[in-house]
Write a protein that binds this ligand. Structure first.
Ligand SMILES: [Mg+2]
Length: 305
């Protein structure tokens, strides 16, 4: 049975420009065993080529643009599928601009069909122009719903969700958000994974560190999800959510042997639970995370809308 992996990047492969221990071995195991995989990110600022270079600088070699699927590609896929002759006014950076250009979707600052909000820098002048376009009838799309994105352990930056929320407030129109957890992101990513693998994998697993995007999106798309604790989610917060991951792992390092041998592990054998089972006796709680379902305040508002 062949398993294909959709893999989030920030908090799974790296964090703050540092590779997560075991990430190199994990990617090497995927490549050496011919396991289908695709990196899936909500960051619409970089192009797939930029991401391959970024991972190479971090020490992961052998990746090409085809191994990445970003929310920028998802947005251009969406527009080229639903409205291929449309025009757009874009707030965003290279990733979304290139993706739209490759799909031959023209820029238009006079009377565009859509305002597309991506990650990255913008100006008050461009926001005012976008506002004006929406007032004239343009529909509002955002590449992803993240209100903020991590920069380091104590620093964040505003995300595309916050920029879109600005325009929602000023125009009274609602945005449509692509990227995770939107099912269209998972639908197109699975299609791309199948074309990379030349056939549909028997099973698809999403590996991510964020409950609201990675785990929720995978659940709603009907695929398995592995939560890693190497990023934004702490074990004690998992039970705050109504959707739950299939398995919880400390990091992708826990999957290296599994990928090499092809033998799937068991959720209750997840190393994340190791410290809770020091006598080798299982607790008997069916959903282990339920015992953490306490009403603890989150340190800041949820990442997604
Ligand atoms: Mg992440």
């Amino acid at each position: 049975m062949k398993t294909g992996y959709l893999i989030d990047m920030d908090g799974v492969i790296y964090r703050e420009n540092q590779l997560i221990p075991g990430a190199v071995e994990f990617v090497q195991a995927l490549v050496s065993t011919g396991t289908p995989f695709l990196f899936l990110t909500n960051n619409s600022a970089p192009t797939p080529e930029d991401l391959a270079v970024r991972l190479r600088h971090l020490g992961i070699n052998g990746l090409a643009a085809k191994h990445f699927y970003t929310s920028a590609l998802n947005t251009s896929d969406f527009l080229s599928e639903t409205d291929p002759n449309c025009t757009v006014f874009v707030l965003g950076e290279g990733g979304i601009l290139t993706a739209l250009h490759e799909r031959k979707i023209a820029s238009d600052s006079i009377k565009p069909h859509y305002v597309v909000v991506g990650e990255g820098a913008t100006t008050m002048d461009r926001l005012a122009k976008a506002h004006e376009c929406i007032e004239k009838g343009a529909r509002l799309l955002a590449t992803n719903p993240d209100n903020w994105c991590p920069v380091s352990h104590d620093k964040t930056r505003p995300g595309a969700g916050a920029t879109a929320a600005f325009l929602e407030a000023s125009t009274g129109r609602r945005a449509y958000y692509l990227g995770k957890p939107n099912g269209y992101m998972f639908h197109r990513a699975r299609r791309k994974l199948a074309s990379l693998a030349m056939k549909e994998p028997d099973e698809v697993v999403m590996i991510g560190d964020t409950m609201e995007t990675d785990i929720r999106g995978a659940f709603e798309a009907g695929i398995q999800s592995f939560l890693v604790l190497s990023g934004s989610t702490q074990l004690e917060h998992v039970g705050d959510h109504v959707y739950q991951p299939t398995r919880i792992l400390q990091s992708v390092a826990d999957l290296v042997d599994e990928v090499k041998t092809g033998k799937p592990g068991d959720r209750m054998d997840s190393p994340a639970f190791g410290h809770m089972d020091s006598h080798g006796v299982r607790s008997g709680v069916r959903h282990q995370t339920d015992i953490f379902a306490l009403h603890k305040p989150r340190p800041r508002p949820a990442m997604t809308k």
